[in-house]
Design a protein around this ligand. Structure first.
Ligand code: UGA
Length: 347
């Protein structure tokens, strides 16, 4: 069935990959807004894609008009970098919570289906072996640990969306990405100190600094998920065959890619050495330890282990992740190292 999809934050890591996949695999039309379009190179010419440069906190009329016009809304705009949660928590609240709440309310008003990016971070420091969407507890630290403002903002939106579902029949799905990685995640050149996520930070550190810093020894673990697996799950959610995703929450992660941050650093270094142009650089990289306080400041608190249960996604979406960590990192390196070579050539 043909449908019209509104993607806010269409130039982001998830938005750009989703747009590419939809244009390739479906006959759906996409309306997208973002502040830039550099990740959308291959999509901009498509007659089924209308892009407008704009800001969700400013261009509200365009957004309202397109919510009215479209069948499905994906509000993907958010700050999702931990260093900003601690350096600028109010901006995280204003964008991730306030700006998105306005959009959710318009979806309720116009009775439109909304697919909302919750986050693995809502589970916080939960100690369950695997996090379950319907039964795991959300465990956050004290108020002065400002890192949790992102988790808390997303959690409250999850609860508001759920309540609109119960009381106003809002047609929604919440999805929780678990450390998705792949090409177009962050930008290793624009990356200021601590402004992107661990995989891209480490790549930038290898190329530009000769040193990888492991926060608190790198014992903490994450389950990294390849973007193509994530997009496959999202496509099934948008498809919503027999309304199977309506009113449901899905962890979208890869429990078999659960590694410590130290293991991640070692694997990345090993893989970078396979690229002849970067072998010498990678061989000189030092892996050092840094305290979380020195790295992020006192307002930070870490998550030790984070493994998703994906039973819901398997049962209702027929989805299982397929891409192992080494392949996911190779794809990410191919993209970033290819661009790095171009950047060096043009200097
Ligand atoms: C991320 C971000 O909050 C969001 O991108 C997202 O919602 C969510 O998790 C997700 O993608 O599932 P986190 O995994 O803590 O949170 O973020 P990273 O910055 O990627 O850090 C991962 C781990 O690496 C942390 O334990 C951090 O302390 C460590 N790290 C980071 C280092 O050891 N060294 C560094 O230089 C940077």
């Amino acid at each position: 069935m043909s449908r019209k999809i509104l993607i806010l934050g269409v130039n982001g890591f998830i938005g750009s990959a989703l747009t590419e996949a939809i244009l390739k695999e479906k006959d759906w039309e996409i309306y997208g807004m973002d502040m830039a379009s550099d990740k959308l190179e291959g999509c901009l010419g498509s007659p089924r894609f209308q892009f407008v440069e704009g800001d969700i906190t400013i261009n509200k009329e365009w957004i309202e008009y397109h919510i009215k016009k479209c069948d499905v809304v994906l509000p993907l705009v958010a700050i999702a970098t931990p260093s900003i949660y601690v350096s600028d928590p109010l901006r995280v609240f204003e964008l991730d919570f306030e700006a998105n709440l306005e959009i959710i309310r318009k979806c309720v008003h116009y009775k439109k289906r909304v697919i909302f990016p919750s986050t693995s971070e809502v589970y916080g420091m939960c100690e369950d072996e695997e996090f379950q969407e319907e039964s795991s507890h959300f465990v956050l630290g004290p108020i002065h640990k400002q890192r949790w403002i992102y988790s808390c903002s997303k959690q409250l939106l999850d609860r508001i969306i759920y309540a609109y579902g119960v009381h106003n029949n809002l047609d929604y799905t919440l999805f929780r990405p678990f450390n998705w990685v792949g090409p177009k995640l962050d930008n290793i050149f624009a990356a200021k100190e601590g402004s992107s996520r661990v995989v891209t930070l480490f790549i930038a550190d290898i190329l530009h600094k000769g040193e990888i810093k492991l926060v608190d020894g790198g014992k903490q673990r994450r389950s990294f998920t390849d973007i193509d697996d994530g997009i496959d799950a999202l496509m099934r959610i948008i498809e919503n065959k027999d309304n199977i995703a309506t009113g449901r929450i899905f962890n979208i992660g890869n429990p078999t890619n659960d590694v410590s941050i130290r293991e991640l650093a070692e694997l990345l270094l090993k893989l970078v050495k396979e690229y002849p142009d970067y072998k010498a650089i990678a061989e000189k990289v030092k892996v050092t330890d840094v305290s979380s306080e020195a790295h992020y400041g006192t307002h930070y608190q870490d998550i030790n282990r984070r493994v998703p249960s994906i039973k819901n996604a398997e049962e209702f979406l027929g989805w299982t992740p397929k891409v192992d960590l080494t392949t996911a990192l190779r794809k990410t390196l191919d993209y970033h190292l290819g661009r790095a070579a171009g950047e060096l050539d043009s200097q």
